[in-house]
Design a protein around this ligand. Structure first.
Ligand SMILES: *[C@@H]1O[C@H](CO)[C@@H](O)[C@H](O)[C@H]1NC(C)=O
Ligand SMILES: *[C@@H]1O[C@H](CO)[C@@H](O)[C@H](O)[C@H]1NC(C)=O
Ligand SMILES: *[C@@H]1O[C@H](CO)[C@@H](O)[C@H](O)[C@H]1NC(C)=O
Ligand SMILES: *[C@@H]1O[C@H](CO)[C@@H](O)[C@H](O)[C@H]1NC(C)=O
Length: 422
């Protein structure tokens, strides 16, 4: 099986209980110094400063932001007058994903060494953003309300909350945005529904493994969910109350073991392991698997999965489908409207696709490229899988190409124009 290596390593990490149903798996050993270390530990041990900030969205979700403003030995005082980059993670991930690759090539450190003020967001529902002003996600009554969101809310609420806060702290007028996977979906949604806002605050949008319309998805998990969306919702919500799909302890959890024991559940569990893996893991740096697994999965609301499943089924990049009656109420249309990405104008966007990407296939990324037309200032296809954009051996797509795009478009309100080298 193509994703076997990572899957084996992953299964090596789970509870003996769950593992007993897979007696043929073993624990892969590797020299992996960063296993079990927190984001802050990894950042500090590499000589960088780390700050933690909190923002509240307009609809009450309390999100954590991490910031690497520079080296530990630097005097850091706001405004530090460096150009700002915001990194936004994908489905089932969190800010950790930007520091887990080898320190010489991992995104945050590369940008910090180049003189950027690096911020890392956390979407609602991941392990760092599990709080709300009025709703308690552990309360049985609040729980269903807390989890009533998908990536549309992340584009409409989470991104503006993060961006406004960052610009206020840094005194900058604009920042550069880098999204991975769902982190691109939410920006495509934000930029199409609230174009003027994002154009006035974001100087360039880099999309790593871009996800909009994904009719050509090859990931078993999403296809499985798409084919069984009602049954899956029923199983997950009514039978297991798993509003938080694949939370941080998911692999070690007893509920998981029971869930994975059901007929449909077992298919989902196997497919989930495949999703975390890549089609061809030979391009990924597998010597750090234990480090990756310390940080993935981080939890995502079940509706993120349902919404992606709806997009696959309809082959339309469309708003959440609540059913005809509620749709009519919300959208004035029984069918959910499309996100009008073809209406975006004068917004510099860079697309980084992977020829081995099972989620964002070449066909679908080409489609996104066509829809965006003149906005696309850079389009590269690399021999990378979906997760490779985080954990590849060859990270030159980022260390060279992405950094060049950011430097070209980044702004610094404290200097006359463009990016100033120290
Ligand atoms: C990480 O934690 C796991 C589970 O507690 C433990 O088995 C493993 O030895 C730890 N790895 C390292 C490198 O500390
Ligand atoms: C600060 O630390 C970084 C990384 O540890 C190092 O490369 C740099 O030379 C140091 N600068 C000073 C002024 O000590
Ligand atoms: C709702 O949709 C109908 C039919 O497309 C249209 O005529 C009407 O103006 C819309 N109403 C609103 C409030 O947008
Ligand atoms: C993979 O990660 C290990 C451990 O951090 C590192 O020593 C090695 O250089 C990395 N390999 C590549 C090709 O980057």
């Amino acid at each position: 099986m193509k994703f076997l290596t990572l899957t084996i390593a992953l299964l090596g990490y789970v509870s003996a209980n769950f593992l007993s149903s897979y007696p043929h798996f073993f624990i892969k050993s590797s020299a992996d110094d960063d296993a079990n270390k927190s984001l802050k530990e990894i950042v500090k041990e590499n000589g960088f400063a780390i700050e933690q900030h909190t923002v509240t969205t307009a609809d009450g979700y309390i999100l954590t932001l991490f910031r690497v403003p520079g080296f530990l030995n630097e005097t850091i005082q706001d405004p530090i007058k460096k150009p700002v980059v915001l990194l936004q993670h994908g489905l089932e991930a969190d800010a950790d994903c930007w520091v887990i690759n080898s320190p010489d090539v991992t995104h945050t450190f590369v940008l910090a060494r180049q003189g950027f003020d690096v911020w890392m967001g956390n979407n609602r529902g991941n392990k760092y953003s599990l709080a709300h002003k009025t709703l308690d996600p552990n309360d049985p009554v609040d729980k269903p309300k807390f989890w009533q969101f998908s990536f549309e809310q992340m584009g409409i609420y989470d991104l503006p909350a993060e961006i406004d806060y960052i610009l206020e702290v840094t005194g900058q007028e604009k920042l550069s945005y880098v999204g991975h996977s769902e982190g691109t979906t939410q920006m495509f949604i934000g930029a199409s529904l609230n174009q003027e806002y994002f154009k006035s605050k974001v100087n360039v949008f880099l999309a790593l493994a871009p996800i909009t319309r994904i009719g050509h998805v090859r990931t078993t998990l999403l296809k499985l969910l798409a084919d069984n969306v009602d049954a899956v919702q029923h199983l997950i919500i009514d039978d297991f109350g798993m509003y938080d799909m694949f939370g941080p302890d998911w692999l070690r959890d007893q509920v998981t073991a029971a869930f994975c024991d059901t007929k449909l559940g077992s298919l989902i569990c196997d497919a989930f392991l495949e999703m975390i893996g890549d089609m061809d893991v030979s391009v990924d740096n597998l010597s750090r698997v234990k480090t990756y697994l310390t940080h993935v999965p981080s939890g995502s609301g079940y509706r993120d999965f349902v919404h992606y499943a709806q997009i696959i089924n309809t082959d339309r990049f469309q708003r959440y489908d609540f059913g005809a009656d509620i749709n009519l109420d919300k959208y004035n249309s029984t069918i959910p409207p499309l996100y009008p990405i073809d209406q975006i104008k004068d917004f510099p966007i860079a697309l980084f696709g992977g020829t081995l990407d099972e989620l964002g296939s070449v066909t679908d990324v080409d489609w996104t490229n066509q829809q965006l037309g003149n906005n696309v200032v850079f389009y590269g296809q690399y021999e990378l899988g979906h997760m490779s954009f985080l954990i590849a051996k060859d990270m030159t797509f980022f260390t060279v190409d992405a950094v060049n795009v950011i430097k070209k478009y980044s702004t610094n309100s404290f200097v006359q124009q463009g990016f100033l080298q120290e």
